[in-house]
Design a protein around this ligand. Structure first.
Ligand code: NAI
Length: 703
């Protein structure tokens, strides 16, 4: 049973007890209804307090039950709330810490509510592509007023109890407790008061009986529809929140409840909702490594050293400074250190100017930063992250020096984006302490961290880096060692397809537009211009030696031969005006592509947007299937996380793997067979990966 039952004097206390956030799983729901029955059957009990143990009143639905029959099994949440409303003895919700989603809906079913200050109150369902489904849209407007309630429901954002208590006329809380510590005693006292008040048999107050009106209903809802519709383009849920709250103002309570349920169930089946729920679960799943259990103790990381104060070194350092961890940066020359520190300062100052960072915080962070030219100064650091030039010889020199000076047990990490982490580890006598930490640029902004697990990386090193990733607010995904790891290995295929499309008749702008319409934050050519086309060029040159048979369009090389590296040279696939980021289609580039096409003897054809999207996205999917099969990624959802957090894949599509699942893997493979017929494409690549073929044969999917 995930709820405790105790009697204090003449008050029964039902305490939800399902750590960490008292999720309303089946056992907890049964615990509540059993407790209610017991209390109602005990003549000595006059009133009931409902509260939560530990760190929450209740955080809502139990995510372990998501998508399982248990979630719907009786008593479901709606039935539990009805049981509370029907209790003959008054039920007082004692809310503290967190009262969200189903947890808040539960409290709204109680006859009275008392809250501790600092309690986070929210209906966050919209973030999962849903609306509240257990009366939240019908009851919250009745206690907070339509506007305040709708703001909370559409945004899903938490609001502190003391703020809500200040709303004029609010009926959410009958009382605010003085403190979290005094809540239990104050809730008991309130329960005794209301028991006395209703001793005469007077009816218990129910939120459902409160009126729900907006003085300018039609105009107000039309206004919010326009606003929210504009902001939530690809998501249906926010507009449905408005519909549901509007229904609360127009329909009888019971009809409003039915309407809410109908909207809720319809949303459940939308691809957007499925994608957002997938994202929610994938994020949690990513932090779990199959063979590294929770029992593996991590190492203490109290200080960090960073080698190289360039683009990545500076951004990486900021992550740790932001988390209050001291950083020492090492460079070969004082000028490079000065430049690195100046860039960090400039970034923080921009945040201060925008009001995103307080001056004193900025100074605190800078005080944690120190610099050195000498390896000997790094000997006390718990972890070092190398971000020097991407050349094996340079990495070798650095890791040999680190091996010589770092204390035993220190973690030695490399930010390499393409080099072999096993080889780097073997430059040291402690390969078990070596790991890849592949940050994405700008490293202080991008959420993704690929944690690269070498052949010999120790489990506790992995556990430590994953925990550290959480501390610096990254989404960490483990990748095995291969060229490009998960993300960049897949992007190679995506870029190759983009190149072939140019050869066949597309312009960069057409390809970008199709992908952006699909939802990518940026099409492949705008992305290349932002990242620097020279980086891809260098990688292609290296790969040409390692894999001479790999086919590429030559247009990207020709672009680089013209010195058009992207935004940094004010010219790439597009033209740029200095200081601005607007991509202006370039006649010169289009002519260059046309000439190249002619030299290949290709007659240009009009390629439909649908084909562009399919070729680019399915190229990711097919490579990902190889990655999964080789064990480079341990689960499909990890690959989705990489693309959602590091490559601007649209959230509402849930990542390339979930997208492929939704299209149907059979259909994906059919398209791949079609692409293999194209004489200007790489037929070899379009052979479905064995895993993909197997899933199709077995009628299964990735997730
Ligand atoms: P960068 O050229 O901006 O910075 C490298 C810095 O390392 C320079 O300041 C240089 O003076 C310093 N350095 C070179 N050799 C050194 C040595 N032996 N000892 C101490 N300092 C030394 O390069 P960036 O872009 O910061 O890249 C660094 C690493 O991060 C590379 O391995 C790169 O592949 C990787 N990376 C880069 C990304 C990007 O978007 N720029 C993204 C992810 C990884």
């Amino acid at each position: 049973m995930s709820a405790d039952y105790q009697v204090h004097g003449d008050v029964a206390v039902i305490t939800l007890n399902n750590p960490p956030i008292n999720g309303l799983g089946l056992a907890t729901r049964i615990g509540i209804t059993d407790g209610l029955a017991k209390a109602n059957g005990d003549a000595a009990v006059k009133a009931i307090v409902l509260t939560g143990a530990g760190k929450a009143f209740s955080g809502g639905a139990d995510i372990k039950e998501f998508g399982t029959p248990k979630a719907l099994q009786e008593p479901n949440l709606l039935s539990v709330i009805v049981a509370i409303e029907n209790s003959a003895k008054p039920v007082v919700a004692a809310m503290h810490s967190v009262a969200m989603g189903g947890g808040l809906e539960l409290a709204l079913g109680c006859h009275y509510r008392i809250a501790a200050p600092g309690c986070s109150v929210a209906l966050p369902e919209v973030k999962l592509g849903l609306i509240p489904g257990a009366g939240g849209t019908q009851r919250l407007p009745r206690v907070l007023g339509v506007e305040a309630a709708l703001n909370m429901i559409v945004s899903g954002e938490p609001v502190k109890s003391e703020m809500l208590a200040m709303l004029p006329g609010q009926k959410l809380f009958d009382k605010m407790a003085v403190s979290a510590e005094s809540l239990a005693a104050e809730a008991l006292a309130l329960a005794q008061d209301v028991a006395a008040k209703h001793a005469d048999g007077s009816p218990l107050p129910l939120v459902r009986n409160l009126p729900c009106k907006h003085p300018m209903g039609d105009a107000y809802f039309q206004f919010t529809r326009n606003m929210v519709g504009g902001m939530s383009r690809n998501y249906p849920a926010p507009l449905k929140c408005i519909e549901a709250v509007e229904a609360a103002t127009q329909k009888k309570f019971s009809d409003g409840m039915l309407f809410e349920r109908e909207l809720f169930i319809n949303l459940m089946w939308t691809p957007e909702c499925r994608a957002l729920r997938h994202l929610f679960q994938a994020e949690r799943a990513a932090s779990k490594i199959p063979d590294v259990g929770a029992d593996i103790a991590s190492r203490a990381i109290k200080s960090i050293a960073v080698i190289g104060a360039g683009t990545m070194g500076g951004g990486i350092s900021m992550n740790f400074l932001n988390a209050g961890i001291p950083v020492k940066m090492l460079e070969m020359k004082q000028e490079a250190l000065d430049r690195g520190v100046a860039t960090i300062r400039k970034n923080y100052e921009a945040q201060v100017k925008k009001g995103k960072l307080k001056q004193d915080k900025y100074e605190e962070r800078m005080a944690l930063l120190s610099t050195t030219l000498s390896y000997a100064d790094l000997k006390d650091a718990d972890m070092v992250i190398e971000a020097v030039f991407e050349e094996m010889g340079v990495k070798e020199a650095v890791f040999k020096q680190l091996d010589a000076v770092m204390k035993p047990g220190a973690i030695l990490a490399s930010n390499t984006s393409t080099l072999d982490v096993n080889q780097i580890a073997n430059f040291t006598k402690r390969p078990q302490d070596v790991v890849g930490t592949h940050f994405f640029s700008p490293a202080n902004v991008m959420k993704l961290l690929e944690v690269v697990r070498g052949e010999k990386t120790a489990k506790d090193v992995l556990a430590t880096v994953m925990a550290l990733g959480k501390k610096i607010k990254k989404t960490s995904v483990v990748s095995g060692v291969c060229d490009g790891f998960i993300g960049n290995r897949m992007i190679e295929q995506y870029s190759r397809q983009a190149g072939f499309l140019l050869d066949e008749g597309c312009t960069p702008a057409q390809v970008d537009k199709a992908m952006e319409k699909f939802g990518m934050a940026m099409g492949p050519f705008r992305m290349g211009d932002l990242a620097g086309n020279d980086i891809g060029w260098a990688i292609r040159k290296r790969r040409a030696q390692e894999r001479p048979n790999m086919l590429y369009s030559r247009s990207a090389d020709k672009l680089c031969e013209l010195g058009r590296f992207g935004q940094k040279t004010n010219a790439g696939w597009y033209d740029y005006v200095a200081g601005k980021r607007d991509a202006i289609p370039s006649k010169l580039v289009e002519d260059m592509i046309a000439e190249h096409r002619k030299s290949l003897g290709i007659t240009p054809r009009k390629v439909a947007d649908e084909e562009i999207v399919q070729r680019l996205v399915y190229s990711l999917v097919n490579e990902a299937a190889h990655i999964l099969e080789e064990g480079i990624a341990s689960k499909a959802s990890d690959i989705d996380m990489v693309y959602l957090t590091g490559y601007g894949f649209p959230m509402y599509r849930g990542g390339p793997m979930l997208y492929a699942d939704q299209v149907g893997l059979f259909n994906v493979v059919q398209s791949m067979h079609r692409f293999a017929q194209n004489p200007h494409d790489d037929a070899n690549f379009w052979k479905p990966a064995p895993l993909l073929q197997k899933l199709v044969t077995e009628g299964k999917n990735f997730n």
